[in-house]
Design a protein. Sequence first.
Length: 335
Amino acid sequence: MRPMPRRLPKHAYAERNRHGTVVFYFRVGKGKRIRLRGNPDSKEFARDYHAAFSGGSAEATSSVSSETLAWPSPARYRDSRAWAALAPATRRQRELVLQKIAATAGTAPYTDITRRTVMAGLDRRKSTPFGAKTFLKALRGLFRWAAENSFVEKDPTEGIQAHLPRTEGFHAWTDEEIARFEARWAIGSRERLALAVLLYTGLRRGDAAHLGRQHIRDDVITFRTTKTGQQVTIPLLPELAKIIDATKTGDLALIATTSGGPMTKESFGNWFRQACKAAGVPGAAHGLRKRRARREQRTTARLRPSWRPYSVGMVEEWRAFTHATRTECGWRGKQ
């Protein structure tokens, strides 16, 4: 008996009929169900899928290449080593971008996507520069994989850059803002625990959301970060230990949901931002990470072994923190 396929293009699904045969259909919402012939790797399936996706007939689209932005990107690319190597949060982000692209230009063959096409896509997103950069990264990942696997001769995103506006980045918390937050959220609350974890560990919000008691032993936190895969070791400071002991935590996550499980990176960030709003402070989770980095910089101008959470993947950000702190404190000399 043939197993069900793991992934299919958007709006396509599989079911087993009364004879035990796996058959495929295309359906948008509660609309008409359309039978897709062949298997997901066949040209016959691709032809029927493109016809259903574009609302035409199979004969009218028989000349369309089977390699388009709607196919194989939702299936073959997501089954690749390149996709598997991405962090879960990055995969979720790029999945949303690729779904939007497939919805608007899904029937366009790979070979029709040129450097000019990519630049036009960036120009349409000029009012949202960070969104434009995310769009470019998603396309670059897809076409780099497509070029390596001979779906296209050349990656059309090669050499293209998405320029971001110069900003001061996330607001770094002040002592007064931390005191205001602590006054609003007493020890024993999840909000106060979240503040302490972010402030005393320097972990990113996604890692802070997944930090649990299983990562703490002999007053040392050992944790493998989600974004870089680096294992970091952080001393459990007495201030943080006191707040952990005074707070009801989850089994696998210190800052747990009401059901006891860990939050996602996005839900943690939104929830903490609401806690900041309730406390009347303008900060966000990353601002506490920035605050910790600046506090370390006030102590020393060198990257010390105790600064392990920042030792990989933060060199440029560390330099920015250093420059900002030197300017703030009136330091001079070589960085």
